[in-house]
Design a protein around this ligand. Structure first.
Ligand SMILES: [Zn+2]
Length: 121
């Protein structure tokens, strides 16, 4: 759809991530933005979680809507990774316990994980 109406002449007035056209002054420079109180570079997030790469020939701006979406998505995915790491630690500790007890029982593993989660969280 977009490729039918957009040309390279529009690149200075469209958002790199949604391709919506805005007044140039409402768009932000995609290279100079840091999110989460300046901790993470926008382009690093986009390159980590999308197929977007740095390119001088593509649009160099982003709209404020996409900026908010990017920060929310980044926060969500980082939370997922953090939660997964916690789950992995819990599971590993249970497996180590079971190895010392010389028992391998999946139903027992589930019960222990549930108990540990309810104690910790
Ligand atoms: Zn946008």
């Amino acid at each position: 759809m977009y490729e039918e109406v957009l040309t390279t002449e529009d690149f200075s007035t469209i958002c790199r991530t949604c391709l919506i056209q805005y007044d140039a002054e409402t768009l932000l420079d995609i290279q100079g933005i840091y999110l989460l109180s300046g901790e993470v570079k926008l382009m690093d997030i986009l390159m980590k979680y999308t197929t977007i790469e740095e390119s001088e020939t593509y649009p160099q701006h982003i709209c404020t809507h996409c900026l908010v979406r990017t920060e929310e998505a980044y926060t969500f995915f980082e939370k997922c990774n953090e939660s997964n790491a916690i789950l992995s630690q819990i599971t590993e500790s249970v497996i180590k316990e079971m190895e010392t007890e010389d028992r391998v029982d999946v139903s027992n593993l589930r019960a222990k994980v549930k108990t540990k989660q309810s104690l910790k969280l």
